[in-house]
Design a protein around this ligand. Structure first.
Ligand SMILES: [Zn+2]
Length: 245
């Protein structure tokens, strides 16, 4: 299925946490969106492979995305190898997205950093026709990065005020991973992300970026290269100020 936007995460739940509001907004606007987890998250302290697959599907439904898939790269071993690059190239060629979302490369979890490089390289090589996967070559117009634990000076921020509630619902669909009053069901191992403070911090970050553009909630993105802009006067026209206080 051809997609307008394809968001990659190293693990199920990475996309929801990092840029879930924007993915939902793009679906709301009628763009075809997809989410791919490179791994099945089998190393997660809480939850099993099976529960995480179900949670991933539930979150996809809440986000209104057209396609979601988990690849079989080993959790904890997301390496930039030829084999893994080909797995990502096949997905990019199958979905032919205009833009690809990838994790920012400064990370706490090593898989996220490797995923960032793997996706960037695969997006480039997917455009070379002599890399034969039996599919037509396709290079996305832009790879755009979303934040994980650490932040960056954003290239732009997206107003997600109307999507923020659904973003939280999509995150809470991962009931084995995040704060849950019934957490004993998933074992009592507290993790970095299972405390109520983790979700509070996420909401605070959305509010912080919202404050930069005068809206309740927003998500930041980073573009590595300078962005082409042919008519800055038109771009910063009256519509640019819509909703900005
Ligand atoms: Zn992750």
């Amino acid at each position: 299925m051809q997609l307008d936007l394809l968001a990659f995460g190293a693990h199920p739940d990475d996309v929801e946490l990092g840029c879930g509001g924007t993915v939902i907004k793009m679906s709301d606007l009628g763009h075809k969106t997809g989410v791919i987890a490179l791994t099945r998250g089998e190393l997660g302290t809480r939850g099993s492979k099976k529960t995480r697959a179900q949670e991933f599907a539930n979150a996809a439904k809440i986000m209104g995305i057209a396609a979601h898939k988990m690849l079989d790269i080993a959790d904890g071993n997301v390496a930039v190898t030829q084999e893994n690059k080909l797995k990502v190239i096949r997905e990019i060629r199958a979905h032919r997205p205009r833009i690809v979302l990838a994790p920012y490369w400064v990370v706490r979890h090593p898989d996220h950093g490797h995923a960032s490089a793997l996706i960037r390289e695969a997006a480039f090589f997917a455009g070379l026709k002599k890399i034969d996967t039996g599919q037509a070559p396709h290079r996305p117009n832009k790879v755009i990065y979303y934040p994980g634990r650490f932040e960056f000076q954003p290239s732009f921020v997206v107003d997600i005020s109307e999507q923020q509630e659904r973003k939280l619902q999509a995150i809470q669909a991962y009931s084995s991973q995040f704060h849950n009053p019934e957490k004993a069901k998933y074992g009592n191992d507290a993790t970095n992300i299972s405390s109520p403070e983790f979700l509070d911090a996420l909401v605070t970050r959305d509010k912080q970026y919202g404050s930069y553009i005068g809206v309740p909630f927003a998500e930041p993105f980073l573009v590595r290269e300078p962005m082409r802009l042919d008519d800055p006067v038109a771009f910063f026209g009256p519509e640019y100020l819509t909703g900005i206080q």
